[in-house]
Ligand binder design. Structure first.
Ligand code: MN
Length: 203
């Protein structure tokens, strides 16, 4: 079995000015590509015969660290590219089922935004902030270090991630340097809420 790097579903400059083209190009073509290559290399020597990336992640405690780091890296970036998209509508807010679920869970979109941003800001070093649907069907916000995610059996808070924000420096440093909070603010402008809703309904 071997995993592939899918093309970015939009142009490198599609998220400008919020996320710049050079960052997107290096992030996808270099960083994500490396996770895919390293994952395939690590699995080539593994006795495990998992079939899907989800299966590997749910069983990650039985794999070596290279599978955890690169399998997480591959899954997380596939999700990340899908939940981003060009902002064409000015104010970018969740509507429909996902908008209602966020209001019900967090009181308001503004409150959700504050808590989600905080999860990303407070993550020390490299990692991710997540909006996930837990096994009770409720929405939760969490944060994981490195390339871990809520699908992993070792995750503190488990569930199906429906929105993920990469807060590794490689996600923002070229344009925002050390200003992670500015990148996080900009991130909210380019969330593809219809994809988040699709993932919410499918979870
Ligand atoms: Mn990344």
């Amino acid at each position: 079995m071997s995993f592939v790097l899918n093309p970015l579903p939009y142009a490198f400059d599609a998220l400008e000015p919020h996320i710049d083209a050079k960052t997107m190009e290096i992030h996808h073509d270099k960083h994500h590509a490396a996770y895919v290559n390293n994952l395939n290399a690590a699995l080539a020597n593994s006795p495990q015969k998992d079939t899907t990336i989800e299966e590997i992640l749910s069983n990650i405690s039985n794999h070596e660290p290279a599978v955890r780091n690169n399998g997480g890296g591959h899954y997380n970036h596939d999700l990340f590219w899908s939940i981003l998209g060009p902002n064409t509508s000015g104010e970018n807010m969740p509507t429909g089922t996902i908008g209602q679920a966020i209001n019900d869970s967090f009181g308001s979109f503004e409150n959700f935004k504050t808590k989600f941003a905080e999860a990303g800001t407070k993550r020390f070093g490299s990692g991710w902030a997540w909006l996930l649907k837990n096994k009770e069907g409720q929405l939760e916000i969490s944060s994981t270090p490195n390339q871990d995610n809520p699908l992993m059996d070792i995750a503190e808070i488990k569930g199906t991630p429906i929105l993920g924000m990469d807060v590794w420096e490689h996600a923002y440093y070229l344009h925002y340097q050390n200003r992670r909070p500015d990148y996080i603010n900009a991130f909210f402008n380019v969330i593809n809420w219809s994809e988040v809703e699709r993932r919410y309904l499918a979870a």
